[in-house]
Write a protein that binds this ligand. Structure first.
Ligand code: NAD
Ligand code: DAU
Length: 339
């Protein structure tokens, strides 16, 4: 099989590229990524040595360039990870989120239609369901939970999801959608909670916790997400949405305290800062559908995954230090300077 993977130079996309090259040594992986601030070619260093891997520095909104790649590579399937992915940035500047996340999705699906009704998978998020209250631990997001978004980011992802389902119903495009909870693991960009706290703690910088730190996220090790997507692409029912998550809910403050403990750093580094606007309270996935239909279950327990992840950041300081020594400093000053 030849598969186009967009956004493969980012966090989850790169983990997926490595997972697929390892698992299917005869398949071809074609990565399409325009290398925004979040994309990093050094992440794909090992993959670039593999003759079954090819990289195109291309914007998914660039219809002409995307069509040329389809003509040349003749893909059997497309998995679309490419997106603007950070909620805080979407609050500062929504426009690029609408462009990449919605229009980029349209361009990719149009190419799938044009070149032979190609199998299309959309990597979406649990954030399209909005949030759940902290005092109702019995509630979970199912695939039937209404779309009810909070941020420009989640709204753009929801817009894309609706378009994907519309392309299935209107044009018969063979699509699937996965809506996953928060991922963690190697190559996670240090603007997100876990890698940011690790990077700051290692140099004794304040650990900026939004609000009271009581917001809950449902954390999944990135490789378990990659396995779920692979299963859905191969065995999922066409036109269906699959929620992905491992019943692993943790309050932000508990994660930050755990990182302090693992790195032997004092909790006095924790600094409570102004809350995120429109901050979602709790995410929690009900993964029954993917479990019952496709037999998927998460394999990495959080206590092991977080240790592996911290160790990865200790072993790969060059990767993230290069990021935080660049343009990231302006981002950090803008987002956290006056907070
Ligand atoms: P990321 O920000 O780390 O990576 C995004 C990648 O997409 C980067 O390599 C970037 O260069 C590329 N990209 C951005 N705009 C592009 C464009 N116009 N054309 C081509 N490439 C472009 O994101 P991530 O955290 O790896 O998330 C990947 C996908 O998974 C996103 O669609 C996101 O919504 C979804 N998702 C993420 C999580 C999570 O916890 N990180 C959870 C569920 C779903
Ligand atoms: O649920 C899936 C989503 O998870 C994905 O769709 C998004 O692409 C991904 O970025 C992630 O969104 P979150 O907003 O949940 O992740 P983030 O790491 O930005 O924040 C996690 C929690 O930590 C959230 O409640 C905000 C809080 N936080 C975050 C940062 C960066 C802090 O308290 N301090 C911080 O400095």
């Amino acid at each position: 099989m030849t598969m186009i993977v967009t956004g493969g130079a980012g966090f989850i996309g790169s983990n997926f590229v490595y997972y697929m090259l390892d698992r299917y040594p005869d398949d071809k992986i074609i990565c399409v990524d325009c290398l925004t601030y979040a994309g990093n070619l050094s992440t794909l260093k090992k993959a670039l040595k593999n003759p079954n891997f090819k990289f195109y520095k291309t914007d998914i909104c660039d219809r002409k360039a995307v069509n040329e790649i389809f003509e040349k590579e003749k893909p059997d399937a497309v998995v679309n990870f490419a997106a603007e992915s950070h909620v805080d940035r979407s609050i500062e500047n929504p426009e690029i989120f609408l462009k990449t996340n919605i229009l980029g999705t349209q361009v990719m699906m149009d190419a799938c239609r044009k070149y032979g009704n190609i199998r299309y998978h959309q990597v979406s998020t649990d954030e399209v369901y909005g949030d759940l209250p902290l005092d109702r631990p019995d509630l979970f997001f199912t695939e039937e939970t209404p779309i009810h978004t909070s941020s420009p980011y989640s709204s753009s992802k929801a817009g894309a999801d609706l378009l994907v389902l519309a392309y299935h119903r209107t044009y018969g495009l063979p699509v699937t959608i996965s809506r996953c909870s928060n991922n963690y693991g190697p190559y996670h960009f240090p603007e997100k909670l876990i890698p940011l706290m690790i990077a700051n703690a290692l140099v004794d910088k304040p650990l900026p916790v939004y609000g009271k730190g009581e917001n809950v996220r449902d954390w999944l090790y990135v490789e378990d997400h990659c396995k779920a997507i692979d299963l859905i692409v191969r065995k999922g029912r066409i036109g269906e949405v699959y929620n992905v998550g491992g019943h692993n809910e943790l309050a932000n403050i508990d994660i930050v305290k755990l990182i302090c403990k693992e790195l032997d750093k004092p909790e006095s580094l924790i600094t409570y800062v102004a809350d995120r606007k429109g901050h979602d309270m709790r995410y929690a996935i009900d993964p029954s559908k993917i479990h019952n239909e496709l037999g998927w279950l998460p394999e990495t327990k959080f206590q092991d995954g977080i240790k592996k992840t911290i160790q990865w950041y200790l072993d790969n300081k060059e990767w993230w230090q290069e990021i935080i020594n660049g343009e990231y400093q302006n981002y950090y000053a803008k987002m956290y300077g006056q907070r």
